[in-house]
Write a protein that binds this ligand. Structure first.
Ligand code: B12
Ligand code: SF4
Ligand code: SF4
Length: 267
């Protein structure tokens, strides 16, 4: 079933990009244990109302997580201080739109085989005061063993961190992955690199920590410029839809050694 799910995702993306301005690299797919003992801790480290998979699907067993890498061209367009590139803003909106359709397709395919699957509606909303979501895509991917948190806060996968995550809760009966035991970020591994921090011209990201409000300020400035590519993530935590524009930046995940792969040679 793992190969089947992976093939559905890969095929969908390849078909979809034939008519999309944005292109993607090969998707990575992971499987998280929906009953992992660390899941309740999300309510401590992330949002206190973080949704548990069993609330999304009663007999939740596996959270299918997937990562869509951006292309090197998309990343290159966004290198340098100032506003995010139009290609970056478009890739953000196009990827979120693709997620909605691909998740519906995946659910349909699984249901046709007698399984059940659902998406957490909270995944595409966040509280605009505390700047947290009640469904953390990164933590699900981390639990699935898809990668580790970089200094830039991104999950660094085998295909790097320059891309986006989505997830679907299922009752699949497959063996889940487990969190990795070694770091994929050079700074966390060996105390060197920090290129992501140097790219953050606003000072939101430092080696001491991350100021999400400052970062959101930069993303909001870009949203004022990019109003034409779509309006995903526009719902607040209560589901109220706002006309926000594309809240993007992403300077800390382009032109960095972990953008498209692990930033070190495997031993
Ligand atoms: C709210 C939100 C924002 C807010 C707040 C950012 C933030 N860091 O939380 C704003 C609007 C500012 C924002 C900005 C960006 N975002 Co954003 N954002 C989200 C959203 C909706 C929720 C994230 C959340 O709840 N964070 C709250 C807390 C829990 O996270 P945190 O502050 O990073 O702290 C945790 C980690 O640092 C972690 N951690 C660090 N080290 C370790 C080690 C271990 C062992 C563990 C367990 C945890 C851990 O622990 C902390 C507490 O749990 C998610 C989508 C989703 N539903 O998950 C996307 C998401 C995180 N964003 C994403 C991206 C790409 C961006 C931007 C680049 C914007 C852009 N697209 O151009 C910037 C990057 C900012 C940055 N460097 O962090 C991607 C990340 C993809 C990836 N490769 O990992 C996500 C997953 C969206 C997606 N669908 O792919 N974002
Ligand atoms: S740029 Fe370097 S320090 Fe920053 S997340 Fe990537 S590997 Fe870690
Ligand atoms: S997204 Fe932009 S403002 Fe936010 S941490 Fe990264 S470089 Fe800094």
């Amino acid at each position: 079933m793992k190969a089947y799910v992976t093939a559905i995702i890969e095929n969908y993306v390849r078909e979809y990009e034939k008519t999309s301005a944005t292109k993607w690299g090969r998707p990575l797919v992971g499987f998280a244990d929906a009953a992992h003992p660390m899941l309740p801790e999300l309510r401590v480290v992330a949002d206190k109302n973080h949704v548990m998979p069993q609330k999304v699907l009663e007999d939740a067993a596996i959270v299918v997580c997937y990562f869509l890498p951006f292309t090197r061209e998309t990343a290159k367009s966004n290198i340098g201080d100032g506003h995010a590139s139009p290609e970056w803003a478009r890739a953000y909106e196009d990827t979120n739109a693709l997620f909605t359709r691909l998740n519906a397709h995946l659910i349909e395919q699984l249901e046709a085989r007698g399984y059940r699957a659902a998406v957490s509606p909270e995944a595409t909303t966040f509280d605009r005061e505390v700047l947290m979501s009640r469904w953390s895509q990164r933590h699900m991917a981390w639990l699935a063993g898809m990668g580790t948190f970089g200094l830039n806060n991104m999950i660094i996968t085998d295909a790097g961190c320059c891309g986006r995550f989505s997830s679907v809760v299922t009752n699949l009966d497959v063996t889940p992955g487990a969190p990795l035991t070694t770091e994929n970020c050079l700074y966390k591994r060996e105390g060197k690199c920090g290129v992501c921090v140097r790219h953050c011209f606003s000072g939101a990201l430092t080696t001491e920590g991350y100021d999400r409000k400052k970062c959101f300020g930069v993303c909001s400035e870009n949203a004022a410029v990019y109003n034409d590519f779509g309006n995903s993530y526009a719902a607040d935590a209560e589901g109220v839809i706002m006309d926000t524009g594309s809240e993007v930046c992403g300077k800390c995940l382009v032109g960095v050694p972990c953008a498209f792969g692990k930033p070190f040679r495997e031993e």
